[in-house]
Design a protein around this ligand. Structure first.
Ligand code: KG4
Ligand code: ZN
Length: 344
């Protein structure tokens, strides 16, 4: 697109949050609105895909109207529509993709399919101060744990990733074993605040593996054993929560530091829902500061899934490539981030 300062609508619907946002190049984020389905899925202990899809249908257009109202813009002002094309739940992705393409068709504007993790990866650029390329990114969400080297938009190198559970999953599964609601990451962190450091010592798989990969599936077994072997009084639960969080934070921080050493870079960007974790932030801040480096986090509201990061990633992509005008779309429930790399 060659238009000056285009207005981009972003639509996120890959999992259990419906997020809409309006981003204008040169001006920044004009509005973003969000509906979380946490309460909807709560009683099932996890996301129910069919319920997620239906709820996206219910909320997308009201959230769009609300975003337009906040930004004081009308539908006709939209120059392009970015939507999450993958990875994620098929039905949920299809809702966003259908709405994006139907709307783009009626407005006669291009669409652009955005990779959900690219949205997370670039989300710290929405904050001030923003990192500059190149940087190392630690992507820690409910579905992914990856260390990436980011040399620019569309220039991503995978340095390491989890061979089994994601860090968010480790938080959520540990939380569930401690009787907390889904998704339990933030609740576990809260419980851990009252925990006694050192009472329980849980394993740190692959801490010394010599590479930048992670493994978290063993942790839930260790948490399960600790829960089974001990009384379930509040203090014990808090102590186990503290130990689980320490184990996860230890491994994430240690591997992130190795990635900085290995690449020689000084900037670390933390993205994805687990990036909201305070213990992780404190640990990374002090470790990176010792190396004269700097850690960048998205604002808390942009750590978890949201439309702003999709609108922003769409805007970045549209500076480098044309959007699509044929409105034939597909979704990519599984999608390797490195497929997005530009040749130059
Ligand atoms: O990025 P995100 O919103 O969704 C995915 O794309 O997966 O990440 C959600 C994950 C969940 O596992 C949730 O428990 C975790 O992020 N999370 C946290 C915290 N806030 C959210 N984990 C630990 N501490 C937190 N404060
Ligand atoms: Zn996400």
């Amino acid at each position: 697109m060659h238009m000056k300062n285009p207005l981009i609508l972003g639509i996120e619907s890959s999992c259990d949050e419906t997020g809409l946002a309006l981003y204008q190049a040169g001006q920044g984020l004009l509005a973003h609105t969000l509906h979380s389905q946490i309460a909807l899925h709560n009683e099932y202990g996890g996301v129910v895909p069919e319920l997620a899809s239906r709820d996206h249908v219910r909320h997308a257009l009201p959230l769009l109207r609300q975003a337009l109202h906040i930004a004081k813009r009308s539908l006709d002002d939209i120059d392009a529509i970015a939507f999450t094309q993958g990875p994620g739940l098929s039905g949920a992705l299809l809702v966003g993709a259908s709405i994006a393409n139907a709307l783009a068709y009626t407005l006669d504007v291009p669409t652009i399919g955005v990779h959900h993790l690219e949205g997370h990866l670039l989300s710290p650029l929405l904050s001030d101060p923003a990192p500059s390329f190149p940087f190392v990114a630690l992507l820690v969400s409910g579905g992914h744990t990856q260390l990436m080297r980011v040399d620019g938009v569309g220039h991503y190198t995978l340095l390491g990733e989890s061979v089994d559970d994601a860090a968010g999953e480790a938080f959520d599964k540990s939380a569930k074993l401690l009787g907390l609601d889904y998704p339990g990451g933030a609740l576990l962190a809260k419980l851990a605040q009252n925990g006694t450091p050192g009472r329980f010592k849980l394993p740190r798989p692959m801490l010394h593996s010599g590479d930048l990969d992670f493994s978290f599936s063993g942790l839930k077994t260790a948490v399960l054993l600790a829960v089974q072997k001990n009384d379930s009084d509040d203090q014990t639960r808090a102590d186990i929560a503290h130990a689980a969080q320490e184990a996860i934070v230890d491994v994430l921080a240690s591997k992130a530091m190795s990635a900085l050493k290995q690449t020689g870079l000084k900037q670390l960007v933390v993205a994805g829902g687990v990036g909201a974790n305070k213990a992780l932030r404190e640990r990374l801040d002090s470790a990176v500061a010792k190396r004269d480096g700097h850690v960048f986090y998205p604002d808390i509201e942009f750590c978890t899934d949201n439309g702003a990061m999709i609108a922003f990633a769409g805007a970045m992509r549209l500076q480098k490539q044309e959007g699509q005008l044929d409105y034939r779309f597909n979704i990519k429930p599984r999608w390797d981030l490195q497929e997005l790399n530009y040749a130059d």
